[in-house]
Design a protein around this ligand. Structure first.
Ligand SMILES: [Zn+2]
Length: 343
C-alpha cells in the first residue's frame, strides 16, 4: 500500500493548547507524523509519495469559501494586530443568545470560526493544513485510478473540522475532502468509518443531510468525553440523510478489543447494508491503552485485527490519519492496521 506524505505538513507547529485548566504544548505535534513516516519507511510497507498539488476546489466542496479565506488570512491578520510572539488562539465565542456574525477584528474572527481552544494558528499552519489535505486528495486519486487502498499520512488531522469551523486540532476535514472527491469521481455511495477515539463531529455535520455518504463512528461516550456535544446514538441523520449517520458511543475505561471488535463488526455490517462502493477510514489511534488523552484499552496487537475487520468490507479504501498521541507506539499501531488490512 502506498503512503502519501509531505514534510510541509510539519510546518504547522503551534505552541499552545488550552485544555483541562492547563495551557501546554499541544499533544498534536509534528513529531506524530514524523514517527509514523519513520515506521512506514523502516518497515518498507510500500512507496511513500509526495502529495500532488490541487486547486482549492476539492476543499471548497466541503468547506465554505469564507472559512477557507479566513484560514488563509488568519496568521497575517493576527500578526498585524498582535505580532509574531504568540500563536492565534480565540477567547470569545458566539454561543447561544449571541449574534452570529463574523467580526472585523482577528480575535473576533477566531472565535467565530472555532468551537474550542485546541486549534491554534501559527505562521506555518495554512501551508501545513493545505499539504495535509493534498495528501488526502492524492491518496484518494490513487484509489480512483485503481489501487485497492492507499494511506494518507495526514497531519494535522481533520475529523473535528466542520464546514466553517475548526477545533480539536483540526482545520480542513481531510476525510470529508476524500469522501467528496470519491463522490465527484465516479463512486456513487461512499462510507466513512471513523475509528478515532473521539467522535468525528465535523465529518458528521458535513454529511448529516446526505443520503450518498454514510458516516459511521465508534468513539468514547460524549456524555463523558470530548467533543461532548456530538456523537450520541440518537444522531442518525436528517432530511434525505435520515438513517445515514450511525454513532456507537462506548464506555470509557472498560472498552477493550473484546468489546470493541463486536461493535466494529456491526459497523462493517452497516456499511455493507448501505451498499457503499468506496470507503474512507478516519484512522485515529487514540483508542490505544497507552494514549495520554484517551481512555480505551486497545493493545498494539489488536490493530492487526482492526485492519483485517476493515478489509472484510471488501471496498476500495482510503485510510486518512486522524488522532493518536502515544507517539512512541503510534507508528507500530498504524502499521498493524495497514498490514492487517493487506493480509
Ligand atoms: Zn481523537
Amino acid at each position: 500500500m502506498k503512503t502519501v506524505y509531505s514534510a510541509d505538513q510539519e510546518l504547522h507547529d503551534v505552541r499552545l493548547e488550552v485544555t483541562s485548566g492547563d495551557a501546554r504544548p499541544p499533544y498534536e505535534s509534528p513529531a506524530r507524523s514524523r514517527a509514523v513516516f519513520n515506521s512506514i519507511r523502516a518497515a518498507a510497507l510500500g512507496d511513500v509519495v509526495e502529495p500532488d498539488k490541487f486547486p482549492l476546489e476539492p476543499i471548497l466542496a466541503v468547506h465554505s469559501q469564507a472559512y477557507v479565506e479566513f484560514l488563509q488570512r488568519a496568521w497575517g491578520l493576527w500578526v498585524e494586530e498582535c505580532g509574531t510572539e504568540l500563536d492565534a488562539i480565540p477567547y470569545c465565542f458566539p454561543h447561544r443568545g449571541l449574534r452570529q456574525v463574523e467580526p472585523r477584528n482577528i480575535e473576533g474572527k477566531l472565535g467565530y470560526y472555532s468551537f474550542d481552544l485546541s486549534a491554534a494558528i501559527g505562521e506555518g499552519t495554512w501551508r501545513g493544513v493545505r499539504a495535509s489535505a493534498n495528501a488526502a486528495l492524492t491518496a484518494t486519486n490513487l484509489v480512483i485510478t485503481g489501487e485497492q487502498a492507499a494511506f494518507a499520512l495526514c497531519r494535522p488531522p481533520g475529523h473535528h473540522a466542520g464546514r466553517d469551523i475548526m477545533g480539536g486540532y483540526c482545520y480542513i476535514n481531510n476525510a470529508a475532502v476524500a469522501a467528496q472527491s470519491l463522490r465527484d469521481n465516479g463512486f456513487e455511495r461512499v462510507a466513512i468509518l471513523d475509528v478515532d477515539y473521539h467522535h468525528g463531529n465535523g465529518t458528521q455535520s458535513i454529511f448529516y443531510d446526505r443520503a450518498d455518504v454514510l458516516f459511521v463512528s465508534i468513539h468514547g461516550d460524549p456524555e463523558d468525553e470530548y467533543p461532548h456535544f456530538s456523537g450520541y446514538a440518537c444522531e442518525t441523520g436528517e432530511g434525505q440523510g435520515a438513517g445515514c449517520n450511525i454513532n456507537y458511543p462506548l464506555p470509557l475505561g472498560t472498552t477493550d478489543w473484546e468489546c470493541y471488535s463486536g461493535v466494529l463488526e456491526d459497523a462493517i455490517g452497516n456499511i455493507s447494508t448501505f451498499a457503499a462502493d468506496a470507503l474512507v477510514v478516519s484512522l485515529g489511534l487514540d483508542t490505544f491503552a497507552g494514549d495520554p488523552i484517551a481512555r480505551f484499552k486497545l493493545q498494539t496487537k489488536d490493530y492487526s485485527q482492526m485492519g483485517a475487520a476493515i478489509a472484510a468490507a471488501e471496498l476500495p479504501t482510503v485510510f486518512v490519519l486522524e488522532g493518536g498521541y502515544a507517539i512512541d507506539r503510534l507508528g507500530e499501531n498504524v502499521l498493524n492496521v495497514l498490514r492487517g488490512f493487506e493480509l
